[in-house]
Design a protein around this ligand. Structure first.
Ligand SMILES: CC(C)(COP(=O)(O)OP(=O)(O)OC[C@H]1O[C@@H](n2cnc3c(N)ncnc32)[C@H](O)[C@@H]1OP(=O)(O)O)[C@@H](O)C(=O)NCCC(=O)NCCS
Length: 190
């Protein structure tokens, strides 16, 4: 891991792409985050998000981010449109110091789907993971029925590494899960 990163400070970075600002979440984002995340489709496709999204859950989650960064556990970004400042979703890396890898996770508010926002954000977060955090590998997984998420992983250059049958149980249903990864030495699309 990159020793140059000062994990003890709340110096969470802001990243920039053509259309997006990937910045830390602030408590003032909680109200909008609560509305965006309160979506059955988002809950249905993620491991930890509940539906209905419990009252107060957004603020509670946001308040953990600074410590998770300081402890070297995760880097979580609010995905905002540069043009308007609107919050559109969340993306993050959960870091394993032991394995020098990180798990990529994301969701986008329904009104913003299909505009390439997640792919643009994910490409930049993967770059950040390799170039700033200096991890060796970034991995991600999706339930096989979640074709949009699989497409995002492919578009950012992740390779499908396998499919685990009935690997998780979501809302009482056993789900097949596809696993993707990209290594520091792999080629990344522009
Ligand atoms: C998955 C998700 C993050 C994608 O966000 P997004 O900003 O719409 O993604 P992008 O626009 O960057 O890319 C989506 C790609 O999936 C494709 N896609 C969308 N729905 C699809 C479907 N049903 N079947 C196949 N491809 C699909 C899009 O066409 C696009 O690919 P393209 O650029 O080649 O046309 C968003 O749908 C979401 O938040 N879903 C709920 C939460 C979730 O699934 N999180 C990830 C858990 S693993």
């Amino acid at each position: 891991m990159n020793q140059a990163v000062d994990w003890n400070e709340d110096n969470r970075p802001t990243l920039e792409t053509k259309r997006l600002l990937l910045r830390p979440f602030f408590p003032s984002d909680a109200e909008v985050q609560q509305i965006l995340a309160n979506d059955r489709e988002i809950a249905a496709n993620t491991r930890t998000i509940e539906f209905p999204y419990p009252e107060g859950a957004a603020l509670k989650w946001i308040e953990q981010h600074a410590d998770m960064w300081k402890n070297g556990k995760s880097a979580i970004f609010a995905i905002c449109l540069k043009s308007t400042g609107e919050l559109t979703g969340a993306i993050g890396l959960e870091i394993s110091e032991q394995d020098q890898n990180a798990e990529l996770g994301y969701w986008i508010g329904r009104d913003y789907w299909g505009q390439g926002i997640c792919s643009e954000a994910a490409r930049e977060v993967v770059r950040f993971g390799f170039e700033t955090l200096a991890v060796n590998k970034i991995h991600a997984h999706h339930m096989t029925r979640n074709l949009a998420s699989g497409r995002v992983m492919e578009k950012i250059g992740m390779k499908k590494e396998g499919l685990l049958r009935s690997h998780i149980r979501k809302w009482g249903v056993f789900e097949d899960v596809a696993f993707y990864g990209i290594l520091r030495t792999d080629e990344r699309p522009g």
